[in-house]
Design a protein around this ligand. Structure first.
Ligand code: PSU
Ligand code: MN
Length: 307
């Protein structure tokens, strides 16, 4: 039997950075194919990669193209994925990866899928927008992202989770699963479009070097779980809390009325939010993605300096 022989295909810049132990930041691809509308999705992926590069780290956007796992995409590959209709790309969490490979399909990796492949590639820092969690009103719809955070040692830099989720329940699950939730210059968990959910984080940190020290201690303990770093959306692009709550309520009510659940729920609600807010949610989304790319870059650089 052949085990552990899946080939990873690397962008040359990523291969060379990894070979030299230079800092690399993984980026997910579901946000490109299922999270934002075209062409903002492609533009945002590009801006996020630039934000990582400006810190001195190398970005590695992860996706599956025709059944091949790519660690780092070219601009052409990002454009190709970004233009595909949702239905042409499998949204890949842990359970979906073998299906995409065996079927030689195109696959976009979620937070869970990206963590698995980043870890295989030897990348320990990953930036995204928001993680999945426990869905509001659907306590048994728990994202595979939470399970992955409990079993794969990658640091995920994000802006918390959207309040399309039950945030207190999501925090409880993270605690049970042993995932430290660090607040980057904040005492409270950010709620994606807004800077605070009011819920406390496990520990506030001030700098990338502080985060790097915690990651290093975590590695020395050989803990198998992940670490979550939460960064509030930049002030100037945050949506007023009451407004964010209002559009989210409307989107969830519409999803429930339409009978949408399972993996389709998050992309459906995100698209509905863009529609209801007439695009206002997109500006906040793009802004926090760039900022998280930059923060993850700073953390990866600080981590490489603690070697
Ligand atoms: N939250 C967002 N934007 C996204 C996602 C979550 O604000 O694009 C995506 C991420 O890829 C995340 C996934 O990992 O949705 C979670 O989906 P599910 O709830 O089906 O696990
Ligand atoms: Mn879900």
């Amino acid at each position: 039997m052949v085990i552990g022989q899946t080939k990873l295909f690397y962008h040359p810049d990523v291969a060379s950075a990894l070979a030299k132990n230079r800092p690399v930041v993984a980026l997910e691809s579901t946000v490109i194919t299922h999270g934002l509308p075209y062409p903002q999705n492609v533009e945002t992926a590009r801006l996020m990669e630039s934000a990582v590069r400006e810190t001195g780290a190398v970005p590695a956007t992860i996706a599956i193209i025709s059944g091949q796992i790519w660690i780092g995409l070219t601009a052409e590959q990002i454009e190709f994925l970004g233009q595909l209709p949702h239905e042409a790309v499998r949204k890949c969490s842990r359970r979906d990866l073998p299906l995409a490979l065996a079927g030689q399909e195109h696959g976009a990796t979620t937070v869970a899928g990206t963590m698995i492949l980043a870890h295989r590639a030897g990348i320990s820092v990953f930036a995204t927008g928001g993680i999945g969690g426990v869905h509001r009103g659907h306590p048994f719809d728990v994202s595979a992202d939470l399970e992955e955070l409990s079993r794969t040692p990658v640091t995920v830099v994000c802006s918390g989770a959207k309040s399309i989720l039950d945030l207190p329940a999501t925090c409880e699950v993270l605690e049970t699963k042993g995932v430290p939730v660090l607040g980057y210059q904040t005492d409270t968990l950010p709620s994606f479009f807004s800077r605070s959910s009011g819920l406390p984080v496990t520990k506030r940190v001030e700098t990338a070097a502080d985060v790097a020290q915690i990651i290093r201690a975590h590695q020395q303990l050989e803990l198998e779980n992940g670490v979550l770093v939460t960064v509030p959306v930049p002030q100037e692009d945050a949506l007023p809390e009451a407004y964010a709550e209002e559009v989210i309520d409307q989107a969830i009510t519409a999803a429930d009325a339409a009978g949408i659940d399972g993996p389709a729920a998050t992309p459906w609600i995100l698209a509905k939010l863009v529609e209801i807010s007439e695009g206002r949610t997109v500006q906040a989304n793009v802004s926090l993605l760039k900022n998280n790319g930059r923060t993850a870059g700073l953390i990866a650089v600080a981590l490489s300096e603690t070697n």
